[in-house]
Design a protein around this ligand. Sequence first.
Ligand code: ZN
Length: 225
Amino acid sequence: MTIEVEDGGFRGYHNYYVPEEFFKTDPENGAIYLQDGERAAKVSESFINGLHLGIEEEIGDTASLLMYETGQQWAMQDMKRFNEKMRHEYGGGKQDIWQMNKKFVLESWWWPLTIQGFGGWRVTLGDKHNEALQSKGLSIVELRNSAVAQSMALAGKPVCHMYAGLFAGVFSFYDREERGCIELQCYAMGNDVCKFLVGSQKQMNAAEFWTKEGATATEVLEKLG
Ligand SMILES: [Zn+2]
């Protein structure tokens, strides 16, 4: 379902810095829409907490995998929509996101999620600006105010599996190669920021093994040399 967006959507209105510019409300039908017409729902921390704990209660240890795969699916759907939007908004209807600067594309993708309450991120790409990461084929995402971790602050383990899946999906879509992602440290374990590593699935399997053995984020990065 979509609604008409007067000055937004594909017609070149890039700037939205506050929720009032980004959300459209339809009080008559009790609905909230995002800037480009997508339907949204406002939920509390308790809802996010209940969703995670409820799934875990139902299916046990595989809950984290389910949330990861949910994130991946979300990324795939979202990137198709996002590419279409970027092509019209910045690419003159001709250029796709792959023909634009990767950092710019990723920042443009994430900013609406910050307004939606998913937290602030900082990406360090493994590219010519960071040769150490480039040589390993890795990128790092730091996330502040993770909606999931904040709702499960005392979990004592990484809980942002949906975010990890989301990043894996987005990097896979952009790089056109399968990418995995693992959360090395999490706010729910007492860290200031959640820290994610993005790379090949093989590297992520190794990183997961070392993390479970108790290695810190820095140690995992060193071992992946
Ligand atoms: Zn986290």
